[in-house]
Design a protein around this ligand. Structure first.
Ligand code: HEC
Ligand code: HEC
Length: 401
């Protein structure tokens, strides 16, 4: 019970923090004031070493990522955001480009990627956001960096759909065994059809009619072509491929080796069920790119970055008017919305949404921010959005993860 309350408060802090960030002038990339002192006093106050803090630690270790995420989640989000915008330098291990830009570009896309000094160098628009940006991938086609709004929602929706599809598979197998004949089931989750699956009494499944997802039924939400299943794997890969910075992450290493871990953001990665991408180093002494720097991205930095992107808000939809309603009606008529589903929800959790939303909104006036945020008008949408931040935590609390 207590944990749930703390969680709700934490959720609120993130919400207020997000609005606070929006109301201050956004900066695209951030230099580090300890490296680049300047008259305008612009930049990240903490040095990189201070941001690394006491490492992963635990909820009782002061200044560790586990401690800060649990006790002061807004600080964790802000740290992640500043790390996203941080301009990394050579002495911290930035560069070189994968294989120094030489090798088989057809098998290693990283060779054709740009080499940047910050995530925000590419994902920098609108200014100050984890938004979209420049065209960087050079093979097989060129791609712009997409925006990362609502990234955590994307991860959760895909993971929940995967769980649904795999549950349907399990029930098809169970039915086939019980009835001693082949059983075919439709694969449908959150209103999306993924074809069908047929199980045999001996437990084998025929996936030839599966559509829109790999035969393993794992929905891969990241990369345009659907390549990666978790924020954590993606960001570790991005640090390496786009910035030449190799992360140390015992969690991903365990999962890649077939083990089961729960990431700092609460995502279960089970190497026995899915193939998980290994981190680019084997430990804190491994200088994988031979640039003379080791432990370039320590585990706590991966934690903060994952936490930031997990909680990154979804772009809002304005109030709408007769023209936008007309547009939506046209899209419905043309059946665009059979693919572009207007609404997808994450699963209901331990506490009913409405109750939680009401409690959270009741807290807002205490912070004196209700009118400032115009919450009267956006209450419903904001409440929905808030819930997403809290849901995974609550689920974690009830399942003991
Ligand atoms: C050199 C430019 C560049 C840099 C730097 C960069 N990215 Fe990206 N990012 C891209 C491009 C291009 C894509 C689209 C890749 C694709 O779909 O093929 C992308 C995709 C992503 C995605 C997947 C989004 C989705 O919905 O599929 C995430 C998450 C992401 N980047 C996070 C990061 C993080 C975190 C960093 C910093 C560690 C970073 N990126 C640095 C260019 C960049
Ligand atoms: C059969 C499924 C399907 C239907 C029907 C469909 N779309 Fe799409 N649409 C997609 C997919 C998949 C993508 C993403 C393609 C990609 O990124 O490679 C997309 C992308 C888009 C994009 C680009 C979005 C972005 O962020 O880049 C727009 C705009 C769009 N669709 C509008 C429409 C409209 C308008 C209609 C109806 C006239 C429509 N679509 C009908 C599947 C569909």
């Amino acid at each position: 019970m207590k944990k749930a309350l703390v969680t709700k408060f934490a959720v609120l802090m993130i919400f207020i923090g997000v609005f606070a960030m929006l109301s201050t002038s956004g900066i695209a990339q951030l230099p580090d004031k300890t490296q680049t002192p300047n008259a305008a006093n612009e930049g990240i106050a903490k040095s990189y070493t201070e941001q690394v803090g006491a490492g992963r630690g635990d909820v009782l270790t002061l200044n560790s990522s586990a401690f800060i995420m649990a006790r002061d989640p807004f600080r964790a989000v802000r740290r992640g955001r500043q790390l996203f915008q941080r301009k990394f330098v050579r002495s911290q291990g930035q560069g070189p480009l994968a294989g120094d830009g030489q090798g088989d570009i057809q098998t290693n896309l990283a060779i054709g990627a740009g080499l940047a000094d910050s995530c925000a160098a590419c994902h920098g628009r609108p200014r100050g956001s984890a938004g979209f940006g420049g065209d960087v991938v050079t093979r097989p086609d060129s791609r712009d960096a997409p925006h990362l709004f609502g990234l955590g929602l994307k991860e959760m929706l895909a993971d929940e759909i995967t769980a649904d599809l795999r549950a349907i598979r399990a029930s098809a197998i169970a039915d086939a065994r019980r009835l001693n004949r082949g059983v075919t089931k439709q694969l449908i989750s959150k209103g999306i059809r993924y074809g069908s699956i047929t199980a045999s009494p001996n437990g084998a499944v025929n996936t030839s009619e599966v559509d829109g997802v790999n035969p393993d039924l794992r929905v891969r939400p990241f990369f345009v072509q659907g390549g990666t299943i978790s924020i954590r794997e993606f960001l570790v890969g991005a640090f390496n491929a786009e910035m030449g910075l190799q992360a140390v992450d015992p969690d991903l290493q365990t999962a890649a080796g077939g083990g089961r871990i729960v990431t700092a953001g609460g995502m279960v990665l089970d190497g026995a069920l899915d193939s998980i991408e290994a981190p680019p180093t084997t430990g804190i002494n491994d200088d994988a790119d031979a640039d003379g720097v080791t432990n370039e991205i320590p585990q706590s930095i991966v934690d903060f970055e994952e936490f930031y992107l997990l909680n990154y808000f979804k772009a809002g939809t304005g109030a709408g008017n007769s023209r936008t309603r007309q547009g939506l009606a046209l899209m419905n008529e043309a059946r665009c919305t059979s693919c572009h589903l207007p609404e997808m929800k994450t699963a209901e959790r331990a506490e009913p949404r409405e109750d939680l939303a009401r409690k959270l909104l009741l807290l807002v006036p205490l912070a004196g921010m209700r009118s400032q945020l115009g919450l009267g008008e956006v209450a419903d949408g904001a409440a929905q959005q808030l819930l997403v931040f809290g849901e995974r935590e609550i689920q974690g609390a009830s399942s003991g993860a």
